[in-house]
Design a protein around this ligand. Structure first.
Ligand code: PLP
Length: 382
């Protein structure tokens, strides 16, 4: 166990040691930690659905009807009608032929990518793609090429050189990048994937519920639904619940049911989770202002922080404030906490060396006072 201790010491010395810190209670936009009530700028509960009365009621009703567990995997007897209702809803919400629910975004990416490609194939992934996508590639045995973030000239160069050596090619991106809050050039990616006989899979984890008409995501919002082969996303962020989905053609979905091991060999999500996810999509359609107002709020918040002299990035509800070294990021986060603001420092290896940052997610549930408090803190700490 000496080597494990050494690993931890190294992490401690470089200010990259991670620790758990329990939250005593939470509601959208707020947490209580160590007895302090804090404004939560670190959640992904972007449009405040995690305790929305319709989601809570749907979950309680499902528990009353079906109990707390699904009892088995989907291919056994855990395949409730509710799962099918949710999948039909996702397919129509996203405008694709079919959808399949996975137990989490992590499991979805690992299962889908490792099922779609293998040793004779290649994956071209944006350098900032989520760990779950990269883990899926590693598991698949496919050759991985990483292109510079949002740099389609680089992607084209790699495809030009590498495409012909492989049977199948899959291109991976996120529509809203989780740590930078910026947007992938989806239309240009679609053009490239067509010219190089490839498939395109877009991870909409941070876009669903926020971007596009009724929060249908950026792929839908830009009219690219039929050109993007797989649109994946989660119920765990803006949709306030848990689990994930992929929307695609009948063929892809039938194939995944037969080959995605994280789908096949895991117990189905509990009925309460499925029911609240279904309610979340209904709320997106009946309360479409949530995502819209959130984006407007985030844009003005980012402008104010930038105006104070901080370097920010992105164009979404995720507002990274770039700091540089991990120590300073931690110190600033501590200062924020003293001011009643919970802002997590994001450090390597989650982000590249030298790009430690405070990542603020603006949420629909934040009040004007909450945002003013953050602005005041950034002003004092400049
Ligand atoms: C959060 C996230 C995931 C994983 O989703 P979970 O449901 O939390 O497992 C996958 N991809 C991206 C881009 C994410 O941000």
């Amino acid at each position: 166990m000496e080597h494990l201790k050494k690993f931890l010491e190294k992490r401690r010395d470089s200010s990259t040691l991670r620790r758990l810190s329990p939250v005593e209670s939470r509601s959208p936009g707020r947490i209580v930690q160590d007895g302090d009530e804090l404004v939560d700028f670190s959640s992904n509960d972007y449009i405040g659905l995690s305790n929305h009365p319709r989601l809570v009621a749907a979950a309680m009703d499902a528990i009353g009807r079906y109990g707390v567990g699904a009892g088995a995997s989907r291919l056994m007897t855990g395949d409730l009608q509710l799962h099918h209702d949710l999948e039909a809803k996702v397919a129509s919400f996203k405008g694709k032929e079919r959808a399949l629910v996975f137990n989490s975004g992590y499991q979805a990416n690992v299962g889908i990518i490792s099922a779609l490609v293998g040793r004779r194939d290649a994956v071209f992934a944006d350098r900032l793609c989520h760990a779950s996508q990269l883990d899926g590639v590693a598991l698949s045995g496919a050759k991985l090429f990483r292109f510079r973030h949002n740099d389609l000239d680089h992607l084209q160069e790699l495809l030009q050189k590498g495409r012909s050596g492989f049977d199948h090619v899959l291109i991976l991106t996120e529509s809203v990048f989780s740590m930078d809050g910026d947007l992938a050039p989806l239309r240009a990616l679609v053009d490239l994937k067509d010219s190089y006989d490839s498939q395109l899979m877009v991870d909409e984890a941070h876009a669903t519920g926020v971007f596009g008409d009724c929060g249908r995501g950026r792929v839908h919002g830009e009219g690219l639904t039929s050109q993007v082969d797989l649109v994946m996303g989660t119920f765990s962020k803006a949709l306030g619940g848990f689990g994930a989905y992929v929307a695609a053609s009948n063929t892809v979905i039938d194939y995944l049911i037969n080959s995605a091991r994280s789908f096949i060999y895991s117990t189905a999500l509990p009925p309460s989770v499925i029911a609240s996810n279904l309610a979340a999509l209904e709320v997106c359609e009946s309360e479409p202002h949530r995502g819209r107002e959130l984006l407007a709020l985030s844009h003005s918040f980012r402008q104010v922080i930038t105006g104070l002299g901080w370097e920010t990035a992105g164009e979404s509800q995720i507002v990274p404030v770039m700091i540089g070294d991990s120590c300073s990021a931690i110190r600033l986060a501590d200062e924020m906490r003293k001011r009643g603001l919970r802002v997590l420092p994001i450090r390597p290896p989650t982000v590249p060396e030298g790009t430690a940052r405070l990542r603020l997610s603006v949420c629909y549930s934040h009040s004007e006072e909450d945002l003013t408090a953050a602005v005041r803190a950034f002003s004092e700490l400049r």
